[in-house]
Design a protein around this ligand. Sequence first.
Ligand code: PHB
Length: 577
Amino acid sequence: MAATDSVAPLERGLAVLRALCASREDAVRPGDLVRETGLARSTVDRVLSTLTHLDYLRTDGRAFSLAPRAMQFGNAYLAASGLPDALESFAVRLADELDESVSVAVPDRDGARFVVQIPRRRTMTLAFRVGDLLPAERCAPGALFAPHWSTEQRAQWSRRLTSRRLAGGGASTTFSPLPPVPGSPPPQEIESAFDERATTAAKAGWALDDQLIEPGLIAVAVPVRDGTDGRVVAAVSVVSHTSRHSAESLRDHALGRLREAARRMEDELAGSREPATLRRASSPPSGSGSSTGSGQAPRGLPTAALIDEPKRDLGAHYLRSLARGLTVLVALGSRRGGMTLSAVADATGLPRATARRALITLREEGYADCLDAEGRLFVPLPAVLELGYARLCGRGIEELVRPHLLELSTQVHESTSVAVLRGPEISYVARVATSRIMQAAITVGTRFPAYATSMGRVLLAALPSAERDARLAATDLKPLTRFTITDPAALAALLQHVAADGYALVDQELEEGLRSMAAPIRDHRGRVVAAVNVSMHAGRIDAEHARETVLPALARAAARISADLAAMGDRLDLGAA
Ligand code: PHB
């Protein structure tokens, strides 16, 4: 593999994306990325405009932030590895049995990266998310992984300890921010203490984290091995707090069940191993809620024509080979057990030589590897999770919809909101108010009866008819103004119309003088999970006019928010019910 075979724009694009994801800020200015990457300003600009064009980034014209679509990269790894799909149901069961947090981590260079997190945190400890990377010496899984490190990994770890800096080149080891170790012992001390822990862990078959991360946080982990070669492919941890257990009592409490869960996980992994050509990583996510890390097979993989087209409009500002390289990375998620060059070329529609160069670059950068000695089967590596997934994972709905509400408010010059259904009421999850506030102050968490609001009607209309009827039957339908519709049959008929029209317009039924219009927001499964609305002063804009002027913008906003929700998949935090 000659160095000339790698793709410079892909290398640079990955460096910029990595720097943006490692930043403390959510929105990063190009100048900061120039400083972080050492690349020329013009290169950074071209990378940013390409990534923005592909909707991996968004910009307000000055700073750039990650868009939900960047979840695609991490999803490719999770889907190809098959680990969340295979293991998370066991982790959920273990968390239920022990009533403690459970996680699964995989070895990633000199660290441990989470691929499943089933949180059950009662105390204020750091909560890690799928994609987060911990330094091996500061967590329980790390002690189980270290005995299997290659000489190079071991050297990388030692270098990190001595330099206290990150080794450069390729995937940077961007660890999750952790509190400093009190007294910060010299590297030799950390090294010998960790070696001892790792040796003991290897002998005992379990490892302990007694407040290595922060005071109070304790964990016990056991290895999950590959059935064929005995390799440690993951570690499953039970995580608790010193207010509930000492490290030793946690071990006594959890070790038996933990081992049993690991054994079941090993059986599942052995059973799910099928020839790569037979098993496509396309099984639907298991749908066990927002706290698990189902890898989702790539959706909406752009075709070669779509990737190439913007070149005409953006000219030199579009780095086609970066776009192509990222498509190759996403495509690696379409199959478990590795993909051949031909399969990648087929999946992306790219010429073999182009796909090959992209794979070589991804391998050099630490984001892909070959499974077999002949170098035929390519897989994405856990480091891919640092390209946006860890940052985006677990983002709340408010954060996600806010920019869209701002844009919609700017377009229609009215207040906009997003709400979800909670029993017979709607509950606001986000709101952008214009200065012409006229109704009682609405904030996040405000509740109104669903039957008398546009968002409520959209949400009720999306329910199966039996459930819709049951909810209406259980609601005390009171007139809130002289316009409120309270007749169950009339409401039922209205909801039918709302379902057919795809929007609701409610005229002064909640409050006199208030007219509002709402549209449904759908998740990655097409289910209506929230609604977005525009509320207007009835005296300023009549219903017909609202339909003509506001509805198109509202519908576009609903579509954009739905697309972002779809990109987040199972990883969106919709908040507690
Ligand atoms: C976690 O899942 O949060 C976790 C796991 C193992 C540790 C520490 C934290 O050692």
